[in-house]
Design a binder for this molecule. Structure first.
Ligand code: FPP
Length: 254
């Protein structure tokens, strides 16, 4: 087992044996849910139907995570770039999100799931914000799994926000520039206090990170699924886990 104190660049997850195949479920899975629009277009349906089917996939994958023992699931539900979509599509996505939160809170209470969010959520419509805060408040003490919604989220914006906070502390003399290290940055991101993702899944075959958790996924295994997100269900999820387990994570070491 490698020491975690010898190199501050190593994440806490390096406690796992790096050269053995992984047998455990990843602790934290991050997902770029992509392909709702293409799924709908291929079926001659409006894009909002693709998003609706995508919400069904999210329900199923949440259940699969609970069954598998995953403790954190972060999904890219609305990026900072998504504000550039047509107003009707933004409206449909917000209404879907409100519906999901309203419908799911009871179940999340029953299944001990905590809901959190990351991103500039103050930009969301008032009604959506209200529903989000209600769900976050209600599920705050749940402990089995954390479902983290990235909403109005952009990783560069997150790093900018962290840099501003750290600079402010430095200007006030509360932190010395030479004391700033990896942990300082991590502690000022929206994800402060959560383990970094072990596995990043992107659907629809795209090979891009799209401004998603750029700092946090430094050591994550990346699995790309050719399926569109609405087709990504339990079977595809378990396939991604099998791929993850077949990898050897070295964190840069031999
Ligand atoms: C990408 O597909 C997906 C999104 C922009 C939004 C993800 C939203 C959902 C899965 C809906 C449900 C979410 C919640 C939290 C209830 P795309 O529209 O970019 O697809 P395309 O690239 O094929 O056009």
């Amino acid at each position: 087992m490698r020491s975690t104190t010898s190199n501050s660049a190593l994440p806490d997850t390096s406690l796992k044996e790096p050269t053995e195949p992984l047998t455990l479920a990843p602790q934290h899975i991050a997902i770029i849910m992509d392909g709702n629009g293409r799924w709908a277009r291929e079926r001659g349906l409006p894009r909002r139907d693709g998003h609706r089917a995508g919400a069904e996939s999210l329900r199923e994958i949440l259940e699969a995570c609970i069954e598998t023992g995953v403790s954190h699931l972060t999904v890219y539900a609305f990026s900072s770039e998504n504000w550039n979509r047509p107003p009707e599509e933004i409206k449909a996505l917000m209404s879907l999100l409100e519906h999901f939160l309203k419908e799911k809170t009871h179940e999340m209470m029953q299944r001990n799931v905590k809901l959190t969010s990351i991103g500039r959520t103050d930009m969301l419509p008032k009604k959506t914000r209200k529903q989000l805060h209600l769900a976050e408040e209600k599920t705050a003490n749940n402990t089995k799994l954390t479902l983290n919604l990235a909403l109005s989220y952009g990783s560069r914006e997150e790093i900018v926000d962290a840099a501003r906070q750290i600079a402010q502390k430095a200007a006030e003399g509360r932190i010395q520039p030479e004391d700033i290290d990896n942990n300082t940055i991590s502690a000022h991101l929206y994800t402060a206090g959560t383990p970094d993702p072990d596995l990043l899944i992107r659907t629809s075959g795209e090979l891009r990170l799209s401004n998603f958790m750029l700092w946090q996924i430094s050591y994550a295994e990346i699995v790309i699924s050719e399926k569109y997100w609405p087709e990504f269900r339990k079977a595809e999820f378990h396939q991604a886990l099998d791929t993850y387990r077949s990898r050897h994570r070295r964190f840069g070491a031999l």
